[in-house]
Design a protein around this ligand. Structure first.
Ligand code: NAP
Length: 377
C-alpha cells in the first residue's frame, strides 16, 4: 500500500503556510500528508485540536516529515473562526463539510454547515489580504443528483458543465448541500478579483484512510459490503469512484499549478456499481467476509429496499443508469493519473482489517448492529 502521496514533481510552494480546513477528515488527511512530505507548513483548521483520536495521525505525519503542522480551532458555523488559521496563507484548501447521508435535520446537519461554512471561509479569504487561491472540495454530487439524471444531459455524460438540478432538502440532501455550497463559492469568487477559485469534484472516494477511525460516508459502503447483509445479492446502484490519493493529488495540483485556475475538475477513476465493487474484494476477502456475489434484479431490489435501510425511490433512480463521466480536464490540466479501483478497494479493506475496524467472522454482529442503527466503527 502506498503510504506516500506521489506528487510527480508538482511545484509545491513552501514559502508560505497552506490552510487546510476540515484537516481531520479522510480526504484532508492525505492532502495534509502530501503537503508535509513536500516540506510545507500546514495550518490545519479542526474543530477540536485537543482530540487525540482526531489529530494523532496528523501529528504522526508531521513528526516523520520535513514539514510543520500547526493546529487551529475553527468551526464552519462560528463566524470568523478561520481568520487566525488563514493569516499568512496564500493557498486555502477548503475541504470541511459534513459527508453523511443519513441525518435527522438536513438543513441543520448538512446545508447550514456546507453553505454557511463556505461563506464563512471564503468571506474570511476576502479579508485576509495575502490569499491568492482557494481550492474547494466540491463533489460529483454538485454535478448530478441521481444516476437517472444522465438521461437528461448532453451525451448522457457528466462533465464540468453539469450542475445538479434535482436534489433538494427531501431528496438527496447531501448532494443538495454540496450543490448550494459550490454555487455560493462561485458567487463569492466572482464578486471579487484577488483570489481565484478552483473546485475539485470527486466521485465516491475510496482507498485507505490515514485516520484510524474514519467517519466519512465512504466507509459506510465498505461496511455494508462486508456486513453480510448483502450476501444474497446487492442493488446495482451506479457509482463513480476515485482513489483518495488521486483526490488529494488533484487538490494540490489545483492549488499549485498556474493554469489550474478558474475551473471545475471532475475527478473520477471508474464508473461502476456496488456489486462490481464488492466483487473486486472476492479474491482476497471472499472467504473472510460474506460479500455480495451478484446483483439483485431491480424490481426485487426496490421491493426489499426498506429492509436494507434504503429508500425505494433512491434505488429506482440509481439502478440501471450507467454513471458515465469525462475526466479529460483532470488528466490534462491537473495531470491526475488514476489507479484502478481494484487497487483502491484492496488497500482500503486491508487498512480497515489491519486497524481492527473490520473484523473477520463478525459480519453477523455487524449486521445486527447496523439493523439497530448502531453501526460500530
Ligand atoms: P470526513 O472524513 O467526514 O471529513 C469531513 C470533515 O469536515 C471533517 O474534518 C469534519 O470535522 C469537518 N466538519 C464537519 N462539520 C464541520 C463543522 N461544523 N465545522 C468544522 N468542520 C466540520 O469526510 P470526507 O470524505 O473526507 O469529506 C471531505 C470533503 O470531501 C467534504 O467536503 C465532502 O463533501 C467531500 N467529498 C467527499 C467524497 C467521498 O466520497 N468521501 C466525495 C466527494 C466529495 P470533524 O472531524 O471535527 O467532524
Amino acid at each position: 500500500m502506498d503510504t506516500q502521496l506521489d506528487l510527480g514533481g508538482l511545484p509545491v510552494d513552501t514559502s508560505a503556510p497552506v490552510l487546510v480546513t476540515g484537516a481531520t477528515g479522510y480526504v484532508a488527511g492525505w492532502i495534509v500528508k502530501g503537503l508535509l512530505d513536500a516540506g510545507a507548513t500546514v495550518h490545519a483548521a479542526v474543530r477540536d485540536p485537543g482530540s487525540a483520536p482526531k489529530v494523532q495521525h496528523l501529528l504522526d505525519a508531521a513528526a516523520s516529515s520535513p514539514g510543520t503542522l500547526r493546529l487551529f480551532a475553527s468551526d464552519l458555523l462560528r463566524e470568523g473562526s478561520y481568520a487566525e488559521a488563514m493569516r499568512g496563507c496564500r493557498i486555502v484548501l477548503h475541504t470541511a463539510s459534513p459527508f453523511v447521508r443519513t441525518v435527522k435535520d438536513p438543513q441543520r446537519d448538512l446545508v447550514d454547515p456546507a453553505v454557511r461554512g463556505t461563506r464563512n471561509v471564503l468571506g474570511t479569504a476576502n479579508e485576509v489580504s495575502g490569499v491568492e487561491r482557494v481550492v474547494l472540495t466540491s463533489s460529483i454530487a454538485a454535478m448530478i443528483g441521481d444516476a437517472e439524471d444522465t438521461l437528461r444531459i448532453p451525451g448522457r455524460t457528466v462533465t464540468e458543465e453539469s450542475w445538479n438540478t434535482t436534489s433538494s432538502l427531501t431528496r438527496e440532501p447531501y448532494s443538495y448541500s454540496k450543490t448550494l455550497a459550490e454555487r455560493e463559492a462561485w458567487r463569492l469568487a466572482e464578486a471579487q478579483d484577488r483570489w481565484r477559485l478552483v473546485t475539485v469534484n470527486p466521485g465516491l472516494v475510496i482507498g485507505p484512510a490515514l485516520n484510524t477511525a474514519p467517519t466519512s460516508e465512504s466507509f459506510t459502503i465498505v461496511r455494508q459490503l462486508a456486513s453480510g447483509r448483502m450476501r444474497f445479492g446487492a442493488p446495482r446502484v451506479a457509482l463513480a469512484v476515485v482513489d483518495v490519493r488521486e483526490v488529494a493529488y488533484a487538490h494540490l495540483a489545483a492549488a499549485f499549478l498556474p493554469d489550474a485556475q478558474g475551473r471545475r475538475h471532475l475527478v473520477v477513476a471508474e464508473s461502476t456499481d456496488i456489486v462490481d465493487l464488492g466483487r473486486r474484494l472476492l479474491p482476497a476477502y471472499g472467504s473472510r467476509f460474506a460479500l455480495p456475489r451478484r446483483g439483485l434484479p431491480k424490481p426485487l431490489a426496490v421491493a426489499l429496499a426498506p429492509a436494507a435501510g434504503l429508500a425505494r425511490d433512491y434505488l429506482r433512480r440509481n439502478i440501471g443508469f450507467p454513471l458515465r463521466t469525462t475526466t479529460t480536464k483532470s488528466r490534462e490540466a491537473l495531470g491526475v493519473r488514476y489507479r484502478p479501483a481494484q487497487h483502491s478497494m484492496d488497500d482500503m479493506v486491508e487498512q480497515l482489517v489491519r486497524s481492527g475496524t473490520l473484523r473477520e467472522g463478525r459480519f453477523r454482529k455487524w449486521a445486527a448492529a447496523e439493523r439497530r442503527g448502531a453501526l460500530v466503527p
